[in-house]
Design a protein around this ligand. Structure first.
Ligand code: ADP
Ligand code: ZN
Length: 507
Protein backbone atom coordinates (compact mmCIF):
# COMPACT_ATOMS: atom_id res chain seq x y z
CA UNK A 1 0.00 0.00 0.00
CA UNK A 2 1.22 3.48 -0.85
CA UNK A 3 1.71 5.90 2.04
CA UNK A 4 -0.86 8.66 2.52
CA UNK A 5 1.77 11.24 1.48
CA UNK A 6 2.50 9.38 -1.72
CA UNK A 7 -1.20 9.17 -2.60
CA UNK A 8 -1.66 12.82 -1.72
CA UNK A 9 0.99 13.74 -4.25
CA UNK A 10 0.37 11.23 -7.02
CA UNK A 11 -3.43 11.07 -7.03
CA UNK A 12 -4.37 14.50 -5.71
CA UNK A 13 -1.32 16.48 -6.77
CA UNK A 14 -1.00 18.32 -3.44
CA UNK A 15 2.41 18.84 -1.85
CA UNK A 16 1.16 18.42 1.72
CA UNK A 17 -1.80 18.05 4.03
CA UNK A 18 -3.66 21.13 5.19
CA UNK A 19 -4.63 21.81 8.79
CA UNK A 20 -6.20 18.80 10.44
CA UNK A 21 -6.43 16.65 7.29
CA UNK A 22 -3.47 14.56 8.39
CA UNK A 23 -5.03 13.84 11.82
CA UNK A 24 -8.35 12.88 10.26
CA UNK A 25 -6.77 10.61 7.66
CA UNK A 26 -4.59 8.95 10.31
CA UNK A 27 -7.57 8.13 12.47
CA UNK A 28 -9.59 6.78 9.56
CA UNK A 29 -6.71 4.65 8.33
CA UNK A 30 -6.32 3.39 11.89
CA UNK A 31 -9.90 2.12 11.67
CA UNK A 32 -11.27 4.56 14.27
CA UNK A 33 -14.62 6.39 14.17
CA UNK A 34 -14.18 10.13 13.69
CA UNK A 35 -16.14 13.37 13.51
CA UNK A 36 -14.32 16.09 11.58
CA UNK A 37 -15.64 19.63 11.97
CA UNK A 38 -13.95 21.74 9.32
CA UNK A 39 -15.00 25.06 7.81
CA UNK A 40 -16.02 25.19 4.16
CA UNK A 41 -13.00 25.15 1.92
CA UNK A 42 -10.80 23.41 4.47
CA UNK A 43 -10.71 20.27 2.35
CA UNK A 44 -13.13 17.81 3.85
CA UNK A 45 -13.50 15.63 0.76
CA UNK A 46 -9.86 14.66 0.81
CA UNK A 47 -10.30 13.23 4.30
CA UNK A 48 -12.37 10.35 2.97
CA UNK A 49 -11.23 10.29 -0.65
CA UNK A 50 -7.63 9.60 0.25
CA UNK A 51 -8.41 6.66 2.56
CA UNK A 52 -10.87 5.46 -0.09
CA UNK A 53 -8.00 5.19 -2.54
CA UNK A 54 -5.60 3.72 0.00
CA UNK A 55 -7.84 1.13 1.61
CA UNK A 56 -9.04 -2.09 0.09
CA UNK A 57 -12.77 -2.04 -0.69
CA UNK A 58 -15.22 0.78 -1.33
CA UNK A 59 -15.90 3.90 0.69
CA UNK A 60 -19.64 4.55 0.95
CA UNK A 61 -20.30 8.30 0.97
CA UNK A 62 -23.70 9.30 2.35
CA UNK A 63 -24.58 12.75 1.16
CA UNK A 64 -27.90 14.62 1.22
CA UNK A 65 -27.94 16.38 -2.15
CA UNK A 66 -27.86 14.71 -5.53
CA UNK A 67 -26.38 17.79 -7.19
CA UNK A 68 -23.56 17.84 -4.66
CA UNK A 69 -22.88 14.16 -5.27
CA UNK A 70 -22.60 14.68 -8.98
CA UNK A 71 -20.15 17.56 -8.51
CA UNK A 72 -18.05 15.35 -6.26
CA UNK A 73 -18.26 12.49 -8.70
CA UNK A 74 -16.99 14.64 -11.57
CA UNK A 75 -14.11 15.98 -9.49
CA UNK A 76 -13.10 12.54 -8.24
CA UNK A 77 -13.31 10.91 -11.65
CA UNK A 78 -11.25 13.73 -13.14
CA UNK A 79 -8.26 12.77 -10.98
CA UNK A 80 -8.62 9.07 -11.69
CA UNK A 81 -10.52 7.93 -8.62
CA UNK A 82 -12.92 5.10 -9.40
CA UNK A 83 -16.23 6.49 -8.28
CA UNK A 84 -19.96 6.20 -8.94
CA UNK A 85 -23.25 7.53 -7.64
CA UNK A 86 -26.35 5.57 -6.80
CA UNK A 87 -29.24 8.02 -7.03
CA UNK A 88 -32.65 8.25 -8.59
CA UNK A 89 -31.06 10.43 -11.27
CA UNK A 90 -28.69 7.72 -12.47
CA UNK A 91 -29.63 5.28 -15.23
CA UNK A 92 -26.43 3.18 -15.05
CA UNK A 93 -27.48 1.39 -11.92
CA UNK A 94 -26.73 -2.13 -13.14
CA UNK A 95 -23.24 -1.16 -14.22
CA UNK A 96 -22.54 0.58 -10.91
CA UNK A 97 -23.69 -2.43 -8.92
CA UNK A 98 -21.53 -4.75 -10.99
CA UNK A 99 -18.46 -2.55 -10.50
CA UNK A 100 -19.14 -2.34 -6.79
CA UNK A 101 -19.50 -6.10 -6.38
CA UNK A 102 -16.34 -6.66 -8.40
CA UNK A 103 -14.41 -4.39 -6.05
CA UNK A 104 -13.75 -1.86 -8.78
CA UNK A 105 -14.99 1.23 -6.96
CA UNK A 106 -13.07 3.41 -4.51
CA UNK A 107 -16.10 5.60 -3.81
CA UNK A 108 -19.81 5.00 -3.98
CA UNK A 109 -22.05 8.00 -3.28
CA UNK A 110 -25.59 7.38 -2.05
CA UNK A 111 -28.38 9.36 -0.40
CA UNK A 112 -29.26 8.41 3.17
CA UNK A 113 -32.86 7.51 2.35
CA UNK A 114 -31.65 5.01 -0.21
CA UNK A 115 -28.95 3.70 2.05
CA UNK A 116 -31.36 2.57 4.71
CA UNK A 117 -33.37 0.17 2.55
CA UNK A 118 -33.03 -3.60 2.87
CA UNK A 119 -31.77 -3.90 -0.72
CA UNK A 120 -28.86 -1.59 -0.02
CA UNK A 121 -27.87 -3.53 3.09
CA UNK A 122 -27.77 -6.75 1.17
CA UNK A 123 -25.72 -5.08 -1.49
CA UNK A 124 -23.16 -3.93 1.07
CA UNK A 125 -22.89 -7.44 2.47
CA UNK A 126 -22.00 -8.68 -1.03
CA UNK A 127 -18.93 -6.52 -1.32
CA UNK A 128 -16.20 -5.02 0.82
CA UNK A 129 -16.87 -1.68 2.47
CA UNK A 130 -13.73 0.15 3.56
CA UNK A 131 -15.26 3.23 5.17
CA UNK A 132 -18.54 5.03 5.76
CA UNK A 133 -18.26 8.77 5.13
CA UNK A 134 -21.27 10.71 6.40
CA UNK A 135 -21.25 14.12 4.76
CA UNK A 136 -23.18 17.10 6.21
CA UNK A 137 -23.38 15.11 9.43
CA UNK A 138 -25.19 17.92 11.31
CA UNK A 139 -28.32 16.73 9.46
CA UNK A 140 -28.53 13.91 12.03
CA UNK A 141 -29.19 16.36 14.87
CA UNK A 142 -32.54 17.90 15.66
CA UNK A 143 -30.56 20.60 17.38
CA UNK A 144 -28.74 21.39 14.14
CA UNK A 145 -30.13 23.81 11.60
CA UNK A 146 -30.86 21.28 8.88
CA UNK A 147 -32.31 18.17 10.50
CA UNK A 148 -33.13 15.36 8.09
CA UNK A 149 -35.04 12.41 9.53
CA UNK A 150 -33.37 10.04 7.05
CA UNK A 151 -30.08 10.55 8.83
CA UNK A 152 -31.54 8.94 11.93
CA UNK A 153 -31.93 5.71 10.00
CA UNK A 154 -28.21 5.48 9.32
CA UNK A 155 -27.23 4.19 12.73
CA UNK A 156 -28.71 0.69 12.34
CA UNK A 157 -26.95 0.39 8.99
CA UNK A 158 -23.63 1.49 10.44
CA UNK A 159 -24.03 -0.84 13.39
CA UNK A 160 -24.44 -3.76 11.05
CA UNK A 161 -20.87 -3.18 9.96
CA UNK A 162 -19.14 -2.69 13.32
CA UNK A 163 -15.66 -3.16 11.90
CA UNK A 164 -15.99 -0.49 9.25
CA UNK A 165 -14.74 2.94 10.39
CA UNK A 166 -17.14 5.90 10.28
CA UNK A 167 -16.10 9.38 9.30
CA UNK A 168 -18.73 12.07 9.90
CA UNK A 169 -18.02 15.46 8.35
CA UNK A 170 -19.59 18.87 8.79
CA UNK A 171 -18.74 22.53 8.44
CA UNK A 172 -21.36 23.79 10.83
CA UNK A 173 -21.79 22.44 14.29
CA UNK A 174 -21.97 24.27 17.59
CA UNK A 175 -21.02 22.38 20.74
CA UNK A 176 -24.52 21.03 21.33
CA UNK A 177 -24.94 19.77 17.75
CA UNK A 178 -21.51 18.16 17.82
CA UNK A 179 -22.33 16.26 20.97
CA UNK A 180 -25.51 15.09 19.33
CA UNK A 181 -23.70 13.87 16.20
CA UNK A 182 -21.24 11.85 18.29
CA UNK A 183 -24.07 10.17 20.19
CA UNK A 184 -26.32 9.61 17.18
CA UNK A 185 -23.59 8.08 15.04
CA UNK A 186 -21.82 6.16 17.79
CA UNK A 187 -18.52 8.02 17.60
CA UNK A 188 -16.42 8.29 20.79
CA UNK A 189 -15.51 11.70 22.21
CA UNK A 190 -11.86 11.28 21.44
CA UNK A 191 -12.87 10.95 17.79
CA UNK A 192 -13.80 14.64 17.51
CA UNK A 193 -11.39 16.68 15.42
CA UNK A 194 -12.08 20.39 14.99
CA UNK A 195 -10.21 22.55 12.51
CA UNK A 196 -9.39 26.19 13.16
CA UNK A 197 -12.24 28.47 12.14
CA UNK A 198 -10.44 31.79 12.34
CA UNK A 199 -10.31 33.96 9.23
CA UNK A 200 -7.88 36.60 10.48
CA UNK A 201 -7.94 38.67 7.29
CA UNK A 202 -11.67 39.34 7.58
CA UNK A 203 -12.57 42.43 9.60
CA UNK A 204 -15.99 42.14 11.24
CA UNK A 205 -18.26 45.17 11.59
CA UNK A 206 -21.75 45.00 13.07
CA UNK A 207 -23.92 48.13 13.14
CA UNK A 208 -27.56 48.91 13.88
CA UNK A 209 -29.50 49.87 10.77
CA UNK A 210 -30.19 53.51 10.26
CA UNK A 211 -31.12 54.23 6.68
CA UNK A 212 -29.78 50.97 5.29
CA UNK A 213 -29.53 52.09 1.69
CA UNK A 214 -27.28 54.99 2.62
CA UNK A 215 -25.21 52.84 4.98
CA UNK A 216 -24.61 50.31 2.24
CA UNK A 217 -23.96 53.01 -0.37
CA UNK A 218 -21.27 54.42 1.96
CA UNK A 219 -19.73 51.01 2.43
CA UNK A 220 -19.69 50.36 -1.31
CA UNK A 221 -18.13 53.78 -1.91
CA UNK A 222 -15.36 53.04 0.58
CA UNK A 223 -14.56 49.46 -0.33
CA UNK A 224 -12.80 48.80 -3.61
CA UNK A 225 -12.90 45.36 -5.18
CA UNK A 226 -15.67 42.83 -5.75
CA UNK A 227 -18.32 42.58 -3.05
CA UNK A 228 -21.55 40.83 -2.14
CA UNK A 229 -24.50 42.49 -0.41
CA UNK A 230 -26.97 40.01 1.07
CA UNK A 231 -30.57 41.16 1.44
CA UNK A 232 -33.61 39.28 2.68
CA UNK A 233 -35.96 39.17 -0.29
CA UNK A 234 -35.84 38.84 -4.05
CA UNK A 235 -37.58 42.17 -4.53
CA UNK A 236 -35.06 43.87 -2.26
CA UNK A 237 -32.12 42.66 -4.38
CA UNK A 238 -33.39 44.46 -7.45
CA UNK A 239 -34.46 47.57 -5.58
CA UNK A 240 -31.17 48.00 -3.76
CA UNK A 241 -29.15 47.15 -6.88
CA UNK A 242 -31.02 49.92 -8.72
CA UNK A 243 -30.30 52.50 -6.06
CA UNK A 244 -26.62 51.57 -5.82
CA UNK A 245 -26.14 51.75 -9.58
CA UNK A 246 -24.86 54.73 -11.48
CA UNK A 247 -22.09 55.58 -9.05
CA UNK A 248 -19.21 54.30 -11.10
CA UNK A 249 -19.50 50.76 -9.91
CA UNK A 250 -21.08 47.84 -11.74
CA UNK A 251 -23.96 46.56 -9.67
CA UNK A 252 -26.05 43.46 -10.39
CA UNK A 253 -28.84 41.58 -8.68
CA UNK A 254 -29.05 37.84 -8.09
CA UNK A 255 -31.85 35.68 -6.76
CA UNK A 256 -33.39 32.30 -7.47
CA UNK A 257 -36.38 33.86 -9.24
CA UNK A 258 -34.34 35.42 -12.04
CA UNK A 259 -34.34 33.93 -15.50
CA UNK A 260 -31.68 31.17 -15.43
CA UNK A 261 -29.75 32.76 -18.30
CA UNK A 262 -29.63 36.14 -16.53
CA UNK A 263 -28.61 34.47 -13.31
CA UNK A 264 -25.83 32.53 -14.97
CA UNK A 265 -24.58 35.64 -16.75
CA UNK A 266 -24.58 37.75 -13.59
CA UNK A 267 -22.71 35.08 -11.71
CA UNK A 268 -20.22 34.60 -14.52
CA UNK A 269 -19.61 38.34 -14.85
CA UNK A 270 -19.14 38.67 -11.11
CA UNK A 271 -16.54 35.93 -11.00
CA UNK A 272 -14.68 37.61 -13.87
CA UNK A 273 -14.95 41.15 -12.53
CA UNK A 274 -12.57 43.16 -10.40
CA UNK A 275 -15.00 45.55 -8.79
CA UNK A 276 -18.56 44.37 -9.26
CA UNK A 277 -21.11 44.56 -6.45
CA UNK A 278 -23.63 41.73 -6.36
CA UNK A 279 -26.82 42.40 -4.44
CA UNK A 280 -28.19 38.95 -3.73
CA UNK A 281 -30.28 36.65 -1.64
CA UNK A 282 -28.42 33.83 0.10
CA UNK A 283 -29.06 31.74 -3.01
CA UNK A 284 -25.88 33.39 -4.26
CA UNK A 285 -22.48 32.13 -3.24
CA UNK A 286 -22.73 28.37 -2.91
CA UNK A 287 -20.18 26.81 -5.17
CA UNK A 288 -18.80 30.13 -6.40
CA UNK A 289 -15.06 30.07 -6.52
CA UNK A 290 -13.92 33.68 -6.33
CA UNK A 291 -10.95 34.19 -4.05
CA UNK A 292 -10.75 38.01 -4.23
CA UNK A 293 -14.15 39.05 -2.84
CA UNK A 294 -13.21 42.11 -0.77
CA UNK A 295 -16.39 42.64 1.19
CA UNK A 296 -19.60 40.89 2.21
CA UNK A 297 -22.41 43.02 3.62
CA UNK A 298 -25.63 41.86 5.24
CA UNK A 299 -28.58 44.25 5.12
CA UNK A 300 -30.36 42.15 7.75
CA UNK A 301 -29.80 39.46 10.31
CA UNK A 302 -28.55 36.13 8.91
CA UNK A 303 -30.24 32.88 9.96
CA UNK A 304 -27.64 31.78 12.47
CA UNK A 305 -24.03 32.27 13.48
CA UNK A 306 -23.19 29.35 11.23
CA UNK A 307 -24.88 31.04 8.28
CA UNK A 308 -23.14 34.33 9.09
CA UNK A 309 -19.77 32.60 9.26
CA UNK A 310 -20.39 30.80 5.99
CA UNK A 311 -21.66 33.86 4.14
CA UNK A 312 -18.96 36.22 5.40
CA UNK A 313 -16.43 33.46 4.72
CA UNK A 314 -16.88 34.14 1.01
CA UNK A 315 -14.78 37.26 1.52
CA UNK A 316 -11.01 37.15 1.32
CA UNK A 317 -10.35 33.55 0.41
CA UNK A 318 -7.07 34.83 -1.05
CA UNK A 319 -5.98 35.83 2.44
CA UNK A 320 -5.93 39.58 1.62
CA UNK A 321 -7.63 42.08 3.94
CA UNK A 322 -11.41 41.99 3.56
CA UNK A 323 -14.46 43.30 5.36
CA UNK A 324 -17.69 41.74 6.61
CA UNK A 325 -20.32 44.29 7.57
CA UNK A 326 -23.65 43.37 9.12
CA UNK A 327 -26.47 45.89 9.51
CA UNK A 328 -29.23 44.74 11.84
CA UNK A 329 -32.39 46.04 13.41
CA UNK A 330 -34.51 45.02 16.38
CA UNK A 331 -37.27 44.12 13.88
CA UNK A 332 -35.06 41.29 12.62
CA UNK A 333 -35.21 39.69 16.04
CA UNK A 334 -38.92 40.30 16.35
CA UNK A 335 -39.55 38.60 13.02
CA UNK A 336 -37.18 35.72 13.79
CA UNK A 337 -39.00 35.11 17.06
CA UNK A 338 -42.33 35.04 15.26
CA UNK A 339 -40.97 32.47 12.83
CA UNK A 340 -39.70 30.31 15.69
CA UNK A 341 -43.22 30.27 17.07
CA UNK A 342 -44.32 28.62 13.84
CA UNK A 343 -41.88 25.68 13.72
CA UNK A 344 -42.54 22.30 15.30
CA UNK A 345 -42.31 22.49 19.11
CA UNK A 346 -39.37 20.08 19.41
CA UNK A 347 -37.25 22.28 17.16
CA UNK A 348 -37.97 25.52 19.01
CA UNK A 349 -35.29 25.22 21.73
CA UNK A 350 -32.58 24.84 19.09
CA UNK A 351 -33.93 27.75 17.07
CA UNK A 352 -34.15 29.95 20.15
CA UNK A 353 -30.58 29.11 21.13
CA UNK A 354 -29.44 30.01 17.60
CA UNK A 355 -31.20 33.35 17.78
CA UNK A 356 -29.83 34.24 21.19
CA UNK A 357 -26.31 33.39 20.01
CA UNK A 358 -26.85 35.91 17.22
CA UNK A 359 -28.18 38.40 19.75
CA UNK A 360 -25.00 38.05 21.80
CA UNK A 361 -22.90 38.62 18.70
CA UNK A 362 -24.61 41.83 17.61
CA UNK A 363 -25.09 43.21 21.12
CA UNK A 364 -21.59 42.72 22.45
CA UNK A 365 -19.23 45.58 23.17
CA UNK A 366 -16.40 43.04 23.13
CA UNK A 367 -14.55 41.23 20.38
CA UNK A 368 -16.78 39.87 17.59
CA UNK A 369 -14.24 37.28 16.48
CA UNK A 370 -14.01 35.93 20.00
CA UNK A 371 -17.76 35.29 20.06
CA UNK A 372 -17.68 33.65 16.65
CA UNK A 373 -14.76 31.38 17.47
CA UNK A 374 -16.09 30.47 20.90
CA UNK A 375 -19.29 29.46 19.15
CA UNK A 376 -17.27 26.97 17.14
CA UNK A 377 -15.66 25.60 20.28
CA UNK A 378 -12.37 27.47 20.19
CA UNK A 379 -10.81 29.40 23.06
CA UNK A 380 -9.61 32.58 21.36
CA UNK A 381 -7.86 35.64 22.80
CA UNK A 382 -9.94 38.39 24.46
CA UNK A 383 -9.30 40.75 21.59
CA UNK A 384 -8.46 40.23 17.94
CA UNK A 385 -7.43 43.70 16.87
CA UNK A 386 -9.40 43.32 13.65
CA UNK A 387 -13.08 43.87 14.40
CA UNK A 388 -15.06 47.07 14.95
CA UNK A 389 -15.12 46.75 18.73
CA UNK A 390 -11.42 45.92 19.04
CA UNK A 391 -10.39 48.75 16.71
CA UNK A 392 -12.69 51.30 18.23
CA UNK A 393 -13.93 50.18 21.64
CA UNK A 394 -17.47 51.43 22.23
CA UNK A 395 -18.53 53.11 25.41
CA UNK A 396 -20.92 51.11 27.55
CA UNK A 397 -23.38 52.90 29.79
CA UNK A 398 -26.05 51.88 32.23
CA UNK A 399 -29.33 52.75 30.53
CA UNK A 400 -31.61 51.01 33.01
CA UNK A 401 -33.34 54.26 34.01
CA UNK A 402 -34.12 55.20 30.43
CA UNK A 403 -35.31 51.65 29.75
CA UNK A 404 -37.72 51.87 32.68
CA UNK A 405 -39.03 55.21 31.47
CA UNK A 406 -39.55 53.73 28.02
CA UNK A 407 -41.40 50.71 29.38
CA UNK A 408 -43.59 52.96 31.58
CA UNK A 409 -44.50 55.06 28.58
CA UNK A 410 -45.40 51.94 26.59
CA UNK A 411 -47.56 50.79 29.49
CA UNK A 412 -49.28 54.12 30.10
CA UNK A 413 -50.12 54.66 26.46
CA UNK A 414 -51.87 51.30 26.39
CA UNK A 415 -49.24 49.10 24.72
CA UNK A 416 -50.37 49.98 21.23
CA UNK A 417 -47.95 52.54 19.76
CA UNK A 418 -44.64 52.35 17.90
CA UNK A 419 -41.21 53.66 18.86
CA UNK A 420 -41.78 57.07 17.24
CA UNK A 421 -44.85 57.91 19.30
CA UNK A 422 -43.32 56.68 22.57
CA UNK A 423 -40.29 58.82 21.85
CA UNK A 424 -42.49 61.87 21.25
CA UNK A 425 -44.28 61.32 24.56
CA UNK A 426 -41.03 60.88 26.50
CA UNK A 427 -39.54 64.00 24.94
CA UNK A 428 -42.68 66.01 25.64
CA UNK A 429 -43.41 66.78 22.00
CA UNK A 430 -46.93 68.02 21.42
CA UNK A 431 -47.48 66.22 18.14
CA UNK A 432 -50.93 65.93 16.71
CA UNK A 433 -51.17 62.29 17.76
CA UNK A 434 -49.98 63.08 21.29
CA UNK A 435 -52.56 65.87 21.67
CA UNK A 436 -55.37 63.83 20.13
CA UNK A 437 -54.83 60.98 22.55
CA UNK A 438 -54.30 63.26 25.51
CA UNK A 439 -50.87 61.73 26.10
CA UNK A 440 -49.52 65.13 27.14
CA UNK A 441 -51.38 64.62 30.40
CA UNK A 442 -49.52 61.42 31.28
CA UNK A 443 -46.90 61.39 34.03
CA UNK A 444 -44.32 60.15 31.52
CA UNK A 445 -44.82 63.14 29.20
CA UNK A 446 -41.55 65.00 28.82
CA UNK A 447 -39.54 63.01 31.36
CA UNK A 448 -36.57 62.61 29.03
CA UNK A 449 -34.41 65.47 27.81
CA UNK A 450 -30.85 66.49 27.01
CA UNK A 451 -28.28 63.76 26.35
CA UNK A 452 -30.66 61.07 27.49
CA UNK A 453 -32.80 61.69 24.40
CA UNK A 454 -30.10 60.02 22.33
CA UNK A 455 -30.60 56.81 24.29
CA UNK A 456 -34.27 56.34 23.43
CA UNK A 457 -33.84 54.55 20.11
CA UNK A 458 -30.98 52.28 21.22
CA UNK A 459 -32.94 51.45 24.36
CA UNK A 460 -36.00 50.54 22.31
CA UNK A 461 -33.81 48.29 20.18
CA UNK A 462 -32.22 46.63 23.22
CA UNK A 463 -35.61 46.02 24.80
CA UNK A 464 -36.93 44.35 21.67
CA UNK A 465 -33.82 42.25 21.29
CA UNK A 466 -34.20 40.99 24.86
CA UNK A 467 -37.86 40.21 24.41
CA UNK A 468 -38.90 42.86 26.95
CA UNK A 469 -40.89 44.44 24.14
CA UNK A 470 -42.70 42.80 21.29
CA UNK A 471 -44.56 44.10 18.30
CA UNK A 472 -48.25 43.27 18.46
CA UNK A 473 -50.18 42.21 15.39
CA UNK A 474 -51.37 45.80 15.07
CA UNK A 475 -47.80 47.04 14.90
CA UNK A 476 -47.67 48.63 18.36
CA UNK A 477 -45.17 47.79 21.08
CA UNK A 478 -46.37 45.60 23.92
CA UNK A 479 -44.68 43.98 26.89
CA UNK A 480 -42.78 40.75 26.39
CA UNK A 481 -41.84 38.26 29.13
CA UNK A 482 -38.68 40.17 30.12
CA UNK A 483 -40.37 43.53 30.73
CA UNK A 484 -41.35 43.08 34.39
CA UNK A 485 -37.88 42.30 35.71
CA UNK A 486 -36.52 45.46 34.11
CA UNK A 487 -39.39 47.63 35.31
CA UNK A 488 -38.98 46.33 38.85
CA UNK A 489 -35.28 47.10 38.75
CA UNK A 490 -34.28 43.43 39.02
CA UNK A 491 -32.41 43.58 35.76
CA UNK A 492 -30.15 46.25 34.37
CA UNK A 493 -29.90 47.34 30.77
CA UNK A 494 -26.39 48.18 29.67
CA UNK A 495 -26.06 49.81 26.31
CA UNK A 496 -23.12 49.60 24.02
CA UNK A 497 -22.96 52.91 22.25
CA UNK A 498 -21.45 52.91 18.80
CA UNK A 499 -18.54 55.34 18.57
CA UNK A 500 -19.88 58.79 17.58
CA UNK A 501 -18.38 58.74 14.16
CA UNK A 502 -17.33 55.33 13.09
CA UNK A 503 -14.19 55.48 11.05
CA UNK A 504 -13.86 52.60 8.67
CA UNK A 505 -10.27 52.54 7.63
CA UNK A 506 -9.66 52.15 3.97
CA UNK A 507 -7.42 49.40 2.86
P1 ADP B 1 -14.80 21.47 1.83
O1 ADP B 1 -15.60 20.26 1.40
O2 ADP B 1 -14.21 21.31 3.17
O3 ADP B 1 -15.52 22.76 1.67
P2 ADP B 1 -13.20 20.77 -0.41
O4 ADP B 1 -13.01 19.34 -0.07
O5 ADP B 1 -14.16 21.10 -1.49
O6 ADP B 1 -13.56 21.59 0.88
O7 ADP B 1 -11.78 21.41 -0.72
C1 ADP B 1 -11.62 22.78 -0.95
C2 ADP B 1 -10.49 23.03 -1.91
O8 ADP B 1 -9.23 22.79 -1.30
C3 ADP B 1 -10.55 22.16 -3.14
O9 ADP B 1 -10.25 22.95 -4.26
C4 ADP B 1 -9.45 21.14 -2.88
O10 ADP B 1 -8.93 20.65 -4.10
C5 ADP B 1 -8.44 21.94 -2.11
N1 ADP B 1 -7.59 21.13 -1.23
C6 ADP B 1 -8.00 20.18 -0.37
N2 ADP B 1 -6.97 19.65 0.31
C7 ADP B 1 -5.86 20.29 -0.13
C8 ADP B 1 -4.45 20.20 0.20
N3 ADP B 1 -3.99 19.34 1.10
N4 ADP B 1 -3.60 21.02 -0.46
C9 ADP B 1 -4.07 21.90 -1.38
N5 ADP B 1 -5.37 22.03 -1.72
C10 ADP B 1 -6.25 21.24 -1.11
ZN1 ZN C 1 -12.02 41.68 17.86
Amino acid sequence: MQSPEAILQTTFGFPGFRGVQRDVVDRVMGNRHTLAVMPTGAGKSLCYQLPAVALEGTCIVLSPLIALMHDQLRAATAIGIRAATLTSADDNRAETLARFRAGELDLLYAAPERATGEGFRNLLRDAKVSLFAIDEAHCVSEWGHDFRPDYRLLRPLLDEFPDVPRLALTATADAHTREDILVQLGIPHEGLIVAGFDRPNIRYHITPRQGTTQQIADLVAEQPGPGIVYVQTRAATEKLAASLSGKGRQVRAYHAGLDPAVRAKNQHDFVASEDMVMVATIAFGMGIDKPDVRFVAHAGLPKSIEAYYQETGRAGRDGEPSVAHLFWGAEDFVRARQRIGEVEPQRQPGERARLSALGALVETGGCRRRILLKHFGEEPAETCGNCDNCLNPPAAIDATETARKFLSAVYRTGQSFGVGHIEAVLLGQSTEKVMQRGHDALSVFGIVDGEEALLIKPVARALQLRDALRTSEHGGLEFGPEARAILKGEQTVDLVLPPKRERRRKR
